[in-house]
Structure formats: C-alpha cells, structure tokens
Write a protein of this length. Structure first.
Lengths: 223, 223
DNA sequence: GGCATTGACAATGTATGCATTAAAAAATAC
DNA sequence: GTATTTTTTAATGCATACATTGTCAATGCC
C-alpha cells in the first residue's frame, strides 16, 4: 500500500543494503559474503550480487574476487576530498539559482528547511536538524538546475551521511550554520549570484574545517 | 599476453559495451535486448546484465523493464550541464595542482600532452589531437590530487567522448586551445594557484561555448 | 623449526532454466 | 472500420546448479 514500494528484488536489495550500511549494521571495513547478505535480504544471490556491483560503482562497497564484499571505509582524507567537491558544486548551484531569478514562492521549500533547522535546534533535536540540513542542501542544488550536479552531490552526501552518524553528537551545536543558510537564501531571492556563491562557499568551507578538525581530533579513521 | 586483459566476463562486458557505445555501433537512443548483446559479446546473459546495471548507474544506458536497454542520448542541454561540472572541478584541480608546488620533473606528462597536441595539429591528425587533449585533462586532474574529482571528471568525459565523435570533424581547428593549455601549465609550474584556476576556467568556458554553438547549429540533438 | 608444496575447501563467476508479466497480435464486438 | 478484449509471444527477473579459482591448512621436505 505504501506508494514507493520498489517492485524488483534488485531494487529492494539496493535500498536494503544502503540502509544496512548507513545505519552502521554493516560496519565500515567489514567483509561479507554474498550468500550471507542474500539470506539476510531474503532472496537469492543474483539480485543481491547485482545490487552489490551497482553499489561498488558508487563507491560504497568493494567487491574483492574471493574475499567477500568489503564495506568501504571513509577516512578523514576522503572527507576532505568530498567536502572539496561539495563546496565547489554547491556554490555553483547557489550562483545559478540566484541567476535564475526565482520568485519567492518558488523558494518556499528552501525557506522551510531553514525554519525547520531553527526549530530543531531550539528543541535540541539533532537528528531532525541533520534531516533539515540535508533538505536545504538538496533543494539548493535542485534550484541550481543542473541535474548532474544533483546526482553527484547526492552521491557525495551518501558518504557524508555515514560520517555524520559518528560525529553528530560530538559536534558543537551548529549555530553559525543557520545564519549562513539565511544569507544564501537572501542572496538567491535578491538575484545576487556573486554573493550567493561566496556565501555558500564560505559556509561549506567552514563546515569542512569543523568536520575535519573533529575527525582528526577523535582519530575517527574508518567511518 | 596483453598486460591489461580483464579476467572476468563481467569486466569484459563492461569494457566491450562501452566501446560499442563510444564507437557509435550502438547508436544513441537505440534499444537492445540482453540476449542479443550477450550473444554479441560471446557470453551468457548474466555478466552482460550485470555490466548493463553498472552502466545504468553511470548514466550511459537505461534499462527499461521489458522494452530493451536504451542507449541514453546526450542532448545539447546535457552537454551544457557536463561542461559546467567539468569547468568547475577541473579549475579547482588546476588551482590545487599549482598550490601543490610540483617540481618540473613531475609535470612532464602534462608538458608531453601539450606537445603531442601541437604535433597532432601540425599533422592534421584530429584523432591524435583528441587523445592528447584527453591525456592533458586527465593528467591535470590527477595532479590536483583529489581522487573523487578524478572519478567524476572521468565519468563526464565518457559523455563528452560521445559528443566528440560527432563533432570532431565539423569543429574549427582548435588553435587557441593549446595556448590556453600552455598558460595553465606555466601557472602550475610557477605555483600561481589563482592564475591556474582562472586560466583553466576561461579555457573550459570557451570550449563549452564552441561546442554548444556547434551542437545548436547542427541540431545535433541525440548523440 | 621454518618454508614450500600440494590438496581440500569454499566462495565466486557464469550458465541455464523457469516463472512472471508486459507488449504485441489477433479476434471479436460494436 | 474502430475500439476493446483476449490470446499469444517473448524478454526479463530470479533461482539454482555447476565450474573455476583463490585461500587456507596440512603435510612433507630441508
């Protein structure tokens, strides 16, 4: 009855495996057998194997000839790389969004995400905050109007999501963060492309610095 | 005896299918049956199917439930998106490469690629020129030192390669192009990050404009 | 005791067969 | 002649079986 029920076992495996990875049930660096995973998903090896190959091409796992499937760990250096890409592409998206001249009514989702973050912060709900933060970034990229950037950012977010699970609670409250978001929002609404880009870039670079410092400090090597 | 012979049929299928697509033997927009492709590759459906799913996650094909595999066409709008990403990420790579302070001996591959382009131009060998151009861009990104950017750019290049096959011979001789390349090279050697970025950005944006104009002019919709 | 060789084991890579199901074709009603 | 339903067809999704091959361990040699 749920609307988005995927019909093929391949897709179920894809979604299921992603959840196992993001939830941490399959810990980073661990190895797993196709047979074992297939049993866990309640289907034969074939669709699971197909899903694993897809996940490999997305960099989440590594299929090693006869040694099982390794859940790829994300190092601090990896996060550095990922944030570099996110900074660059999201800034471009912000610039393009500003240039596109959206009407305020088209920016509702963006504004809502920011409000939701405020709300979550007041209620100390870090999980809700993280969800709203993702919504903001996803919407921003969507407004940028480049579908490849959407896809790439989405993929990078997958990796960030794994790091976030480990760092969310040791991270200082993201207060500054929302001022940045509002500044970006304003720049887009005013059609100020240069400012939108600069603001978002600064925002991302700060986030990067914060996260990297955390990772280094806590020696969180494999996420 | 060849060194890089892939051992699994899955990998052979992956490489083989890519070649069929890039060479244009599988034309953009055309549909194909798994069985047919498997026979063509001389193997069973299983590895071919796995390869197709991987290619789908890379955006080269679209597997449609019971209507065959569609070779995804690349529109002018797609090329606009792709060049936007390439411009952004390669420029960052150039900046980082300059900042890394490479010694001249580490930049040999880059210089060689530029020379090869000169040579190819003199000999009117456009295919060799295109190959050297790819080498230059690949090496530049490698020097940038961000492996995610390498991967992403590589994937985008796949799409460009398809467009190039159609446009290489109707395109004006890329003369200006190599001056740009040399300027980027110089900036990197001198460690001038700002200049490296700016030069490369300008180069890519010009290339984008040229290509888009060509595509629009010749109404090359599906590549 | 250490190292190499051989052999068993087991997980993967691949082929094959079958059930499902969508698309195409045919037949019927209007 | 057109539209609708039924039938047929065939391509895919998946399960299963088998062959291949890397890994691990045990054995024998030095």
């Amino acid at each position: 009855m749920t609307r988005t029920e995927p019909q093929s076992n391949y897709q179920r495996a894809l979604i299921g495996l992603r959840e196992l990875i993001f939830s941490g049930e399959l810990t980073a660096g661990s190895d797993h057998l196709e047979t074992e995973l297939a049993e866990r998903m309640g289907m034969s090896r074939t669709p699971v194997r197909e899903a694993l190959l897809t996940l490999e091409s997305q960099g989440l796992v590594k299929v090693r000839p006869r040694r099982g499937v390794r859940i790829v760990p994300v190092s601090a250096e990896d996060m550095r790389e990922i944030y570099e890409v996110l900074t660059e592409l999201e800034s471009l998206a912000a610039e393009n969004a500003a240039r596109a001249g959206y009407h305020e009514t088209e920016l509702v989702a963006l504004a809502n995400a920011i409000d939701a973050m405020d709300m979550a912060l007041k209620q100390q709900d870090l999980v809700a905050w993280a969800a709203a933060d993702e919504r903001f970034h996803a919407e921003l990229v969507r407004l940028g109007g480049n579908t490849r950037i959407e896809t790439i950012v989405d993929r990078m977010q997958d990796q960030v999501r794994r790091a976030r699970a480990s760092t969310l609670y040791i991270r200082p409250k993201p207060l500054q963060s929302n001022e940045d978001h509002r500044a970006v929002y304003r720049a887009i609404r005013e059609g100020n492309a240069t400012s939108a880009r600069a603001r978002h870039r600064a925002h991302r670079q700060e986030a990067k610095a914060t996260l990297i410092a955390l990772l280094d400090k806590h020696q969180l090597k494999g996420l």
